[in-house]
Design a protein around this ligand. Structure first.
Ligand code: FAD
Ligand code: SF4
Length: 470
């Protein structure tokens, strides 16, 4: 079972009660009070050679911003973070800090690391002055494909450098996974909207409902006068297991389930968006997406939600805080198990029975951990003859996503690797001149902060490319 320290920490962030929050979509973690933030900041010992900065993919100057919190100078702390991170309110909430900045904090060697993410969130939520310096317009135009964290960051950095930036987004709204994937109870959408509004105020233009590769091609963007294009189209294509029964009614990819709930507002009582609510739900997978799908199903009224994951608790890739929250809310974990088939209900005597074709159970096989794979993680191996069946009404598959091939298929000269990720140099340049890429479209499903880091790197490279040409 869970190996995490569930003891309340003295400086624990206030949270909604687990029973109450399992029935609503309001934010679970409520943020530090001023006193808590200053106490937590004072735990930072300001070491001579701070490692935490190296743990952050965009190298936020952590000791410096924490020092400003000690002095209760929140605007000063914000200005320091904003030098490197465009979306601190988001990163403070969703970064996997325990494997990034906090993993390197020296206080963590003998106890709890400083809660860097929570402090970053406190600063972003409480700073009053959040302005950014914008250079004079330079007359050059750049197009950005996709408004997820990679696209938003690239657009933000380029507009500050004086470029005219237009973001083309397939959906009717901006934010990418931040709005259609990560649920409201973990990342309130008003926070994403505030960040997008800031970009709009700075002059970034957003064009919605345009699918690059269908409505317009990358080559057409160049014909329209854009001198460079950044592709931040993410990895929205869900993977399936390839087992029998995946096309029955009541089987969803996590992407579809979460999009229906988040973007199409199925969670609202008055919503007409179809979605399975109630009953018994199985979620397959162990990452953040699986936790979000499970906790969303619970809030939509499921009587029981079970996560099925093929490795053990120690290998769960989800953020530690989300796993702890899921356990507290009553999500059940069936570990070391892997689904082998899904069965549906069929009434042979009544072909018009409305229940026909709907999921009735999932069969899984028990697993044990064998030799480590190429990444050093022990490989799960099936235990012969250990299959068991569990009655369920809904199955949500959250075993990863891949980049959509649409842009590759419609752009000559744009090379991708065998997993569909766009091939780029360290600077984010693709194999097609003037086209840059970053985020999940390059790496496959990864993290918000690494997508932001890639957007930043590409913005710098685009600026150099256009400046050299001019
Ligand atoms: P995306 O966020 O996917 O954005 C891509 C955008 O491009 C989308 O808006 C899409 O509509 C648009 N687009 C796609 N194709 C086209 C096209 N052809 N034309 C125009 N627009 C297009 N990471 C964390 O760090 N912490 C977490 O807690 C966390 N939880 C997650 C929970 C869920 C449910 C999911 C799905 C992911 C989670 N992640 C988390 C991962 C993280 O959200 C992603 O790594 C990150 O959003 C990738 O950013 P991106 O900008 O590359 O792509
Ligand atoms: Fe840590 Fe993320 Fe903030 Fe970097 S951006 S300091 S990794 S919480």
């Amino acid at each position: 079972m869970a190996n995490f320290n569930m003891q309340p920490n003295k400086n624990e962030m206030p949270m909604q009660d687990p029973i109450a929050r399992g029935k609503n979509f309001s934010e679970v973690a409520l943020g530090y009070t001023e006193e808590q933030a200053i106490n937590e900041a004072n735990r930072c010992i300001n070491c001579k050679n701070p490692q935490c900065v190296q743990g952050c993919p965009v190298a936020v100057n952590i000791p410096a911003f924490i020092n400003e919190i000690k002095n209760n100078n929140i605007d000063g702390a914000y200005a320091i973070i904003a030098n490197t991170s465009n979306l601190p309110a988001i990163c403070g909430r969703v970064c996997p800090q325990e494997t990034q900045c906090e993993a390197k904090c020296l206080r963590g060697i003998k106890g709890e690391p400083v809660a860097i993410g929570r402090l970053e969130r406190y600063v972003a939520d409480n700073a009053k002055v959040k302005s950014s310096e914008i250079k004079e317009k330079n007359g050059h135009k750049v197009a950005v494909v996709g408004s997820g964290p990679a696209g938003l960051t690239c657009a933000g950095d380029l507009i500050k450098l004086g470029y005219d930036v237009t973001v083309y987004e397939a959906f009717h709204t901006e934010g990418g996974v931040l709005v259609y994937g990560i649920p409201e109870f973990r990342l309130p959408k008003k926070i994403v909207k505030e960040e997008v509004d800031k970009l709009k105020e700075m002059g970034v233009e957003f064009v919605h409902n345009v699918i690059i590769g269908k409505t317009l091609t990358i080559d057409e963007l160049f014909e329209m006068g854009f001198e460079a294009v950044f592709v931040g189209s993410g990895a929205g294509l869900p993977n399936f297991m390839g087992i029998p029964g995946e096309s029955y009614k009541g089987v969803y990819s996590a992407n579809e389930f979460l999009t229906r709930s988040n973007l199409m507002k199925a969670y609202r009582e008055d919503a007409t968006t179809p979605i399975m609510k109630g009953g018994k739900v199985a979620v397959v997978g162990g990452g953040n997406v699986a936790m979000d799908a499970a906790r969303t199903a619970l809030r939509l009224g499921a009587e029981k939600v079970t996560i099925i994951y093929r490795r053990s608790m120690e290998e769960l890739p989800a953020r530690k805080e989300e796993v702890e929250n899921a356990i507290e809310e009553g999500i059940e974990f069936k570990l070391l198990c892997n689904p082998v088939k899904i069965d549906a209900y069929f009434n042979e005597n009544d072909k018009r029975d409305p229940k026909n074709g709907f999921v009735k159970s999932i069969t899984a096989i028990k697993m044990e951990l064998g030799e480590p794979d190429e990444n050093g993680r022990r490989r799960p191996v099936p235990v012969p003859n250990s299959e068991f069946e569990t009655e369920v009404n809904t199955v949500i598959i959250a075993i990863g996503t891949s980049p959509n091939p649409l842009i590759k298929d419609t752009t000559s000269g744009l090379d991708v690797n065998r997993r569909g990720g766009i091939i780029v140099t360290e600077e984010g340049a693709t194999t097609k001149e003037g086209v840059y890429a970053g985020g999940d479209a390059v790496t496959g499903a990864s993290t918000v902060i690494s997508a932001m880091g890639a957007g930043k790197t590409a913005a710098k490279a685009i600026d150099e490319y256009i400046s050299k040409k001019a």
